[in-house]
Design a protein around this ligand. Structure first.
Ligand code: TXE
Length: 500
């Protein structure tokens, strides 16, 4: 511990968070608990109950009651907006605390975690406006005897299953929009990173959200997650995680009540760099796109598709950038690259690095674990001479591993970018507006960045093309996703009789 200068101290003992149902924290009591260790410091930091299916039923019942008696959906948009605005202010006020637990459980740098939390506060503030502006449509052109309305109604009880890479951010890309629509919620966070979801539930109660509208059940994916996907009284499920589990969730929804699904799955996202780009900017962006959150982002720019004439020089520029990034204790303010979040993910990334070496790709930098005295760290790694068939060019590695695929023509760049089952995000770097627009149009991805990467905010929606998922989160589209549409015909005046 002494080798690393920590700004904030580690907790003396793991904190018990319990779980959260019907507006109140429920202690673990006699339930088994999961003890989470900080992946950067190897010490236990939180104790999370392994909830039972009975606990899940209790949470779904609370959310069901809260939805069915209209205590939330029956309020005006103005009243819902007031709660969301207060929640935003409370998140700002508790940003340090939330960032601290996020860093301890996830291993991400504290400065990054704080930025994410403040970005989340903004989502509640933005969604508050959407609660007031959500509306349908009307048809006043159906003749004098008829008027038509299209109304939006909340879907009902929404389950949310989140992963461990952005526990608070991914949750907050959903919760304020779902609440703006009038739905009620049951969350199952990743068993690795439950703490900040539980803090959020308390904050929402304090902000005035009626009891039962936000519930958090903790536990494993194979028990509680699977039971949520199969649950007959959950009307919609938003799942973020691996494509393999996404497939299981789709099957379970089909076997149970055909619940509506939102899916945000994997990505193998292209960064297309033309020779005429501002290469200094592009190198910084590509380094950021692969090393941010140690590459554990569904939108990481993991395939560098670069014009051959500058490929070698550009690879060196990215390598030099990565060499300057500060890797270390995530509690240290200066740290830019923290620890790998889970032991399983650490093994997965290292095995892909070995695979890349076996496949004959040229290692430009990195190539293995970094010894920081404690915790699990991996050096940002770049592979050159990668071909399209290599496993490292096709699989989502979900770590700081960049593969370089050179191109000669614009058409070839687009073909390589689209040569993947995924379609989550893409970036293009060029100063030629025509090239930028052609690539933006023709590359299949739900999020696109021109001369930037990983940009985001509450206004623009998120989601994937192809096997990266279904539906959209955030922005006005994120609220509409959690509504269903009802069409209403209203007869005016005396009915023209069917039977004379
Ligand atoms: O994900 P899982 P893992 C990808 C990434 C990573 C791989 C494995 O490639 O290497 O997935 O990560 C819950 N029914 N992404 O194993 O298992 C689980 O408890 C219902 C991309 O951690 O998909 C957790 O809450 N739920 C991704 C969530 O699903 C189940 C982010 C994600 O876990 C379940 C994370 C089941 N049968 C990983 N089994 C992204 N799109 O950002 C597990 N879960």
């Amino acid at each position: 511990m002494d080798q690393i200068s920590t700004r904030q101290s580690l907790p003396a003992e793991p904190r018990d968070f319990g779980f959260y149902v019907d507006g109140a924290r429920v202690p673990a009591a006699e339930r088994a608990v999961f003890i989470r260790h900080s992946p950067a410091h190897d010490v236990p930091v939180t104790r999370i109950p392994k909830c039972t299916e009975g606990d899940l039923d209790m949470a779904v019942d609370a959310a069901r009651r809260a939805f069915d008696d209209r205590r939330w959906s029956g309020l005006s948009g103005q009243a819902r907006a007031a709660v969301l605005l207060k929640a935003g202010a409370l998140i700002r006020a508790r940003a340090e605390e939330i960032a601290y637990w996020e860093t301890l459980e996830n291993g991400k740098p504290i400065a990054q975690a704080r930025g994410e939390v403040l970005g989340c506060a903004d989502m509640y503030e933005y969604a508050s406006g959407l609660a007031r502006s959500l509306h349908g449509d009307s048809f006043n052109n159906l003749g004098d005897g008829m008027m038509g309305l299209v109304t939006r109604e909340p879907v009902g009880v929404v389950g949310i299953i989140t992963p461990w890479n952005f526990p608070f951010l991914i949750l907050c890309e959903r919760v304020p929009y779902i609440l703006a629509s009038g739905c009620t919620i049951v969350v199952k966070p990743s068993e690795m990173t439950s703490a900040t979801s539980l803090i959020l539930a308390q904050i929402l109660t304090e902000a005035g959200l009626p009891d039962g509208c936000m519930n958090v059940v903790t536990g494993s994916g194979s028990t509680i997650g699977q039971a949520m996907a199969e649950h007959p009284r959950i009307d919609m499920l938003s799942f973020t995680g691996s494509t393999a589990v996404g497939r299981r969730v789709v099957e379970a929804a089909g076997r149970s009540n055909f619940k509506k699904l939102g899916l945000e799955l994997g990505g193998k996202n292209p960064q297309v760099v033309f020779a005429d780009a501002d290469l200094e900017d592009a190198a910084d962006g590509v380094a950021f796109g692969i090393a941010f959150n140690t590459g554990q982002c569904c939108v990481s720019g993991s395939r560098l598709i670069v014009e051959r004439s500058v490929a070698d020089r550009f690879a060196e520029m990215v390598r030099d950038k990565l060499a300057k990034a500060v890797t270390g204790d995530p509690l240290d303010e200066a740290t830019q690259i923290g620890a790998i979040t889970t032991e399983a993910q650490n093994r997965t990334i290292l095995s892909y690095i070995e695979k890349g070496k076996e496949e004959g790709a040229r290692l430009i930098c990195g190539g293995g674990a970094l010894d920081m005295g404690q915790g699990q760290y991996i050096a940002p790694t770049i592979f050159g001479d990668v071909t399209a068939e290599m496993v490292i060019a096709r699989d989502e590695i979900f770590g700081p591993v960049l593969t370089i695929l050179p191109f000669d023509t614009l058409d070839e760049a687009i073909a390589i970018a689209n040569d993947t089952d995924y379609g989550l995000a893409a970036s293009v770097w060029t100063k030629d507006i025509d090239k930028a627009l052609v690539v933006t149009r023709r590359v299949q991805a739900g999020r696109f960045w021109v001369n930037c990467t990983l940009a985001g905010g509450p206004e623009l929606p998120l989601g994937g093309f192809k096997q990266s998922g279904w539906g959209r989160e955030a922005g006005k589209y994120g609220v509409e996703e959690y509504t269903q549409i009802k069409s209403v015909h209203i007869e005016i005046g005396k009915r023209r009789p069917w039977i004379a």
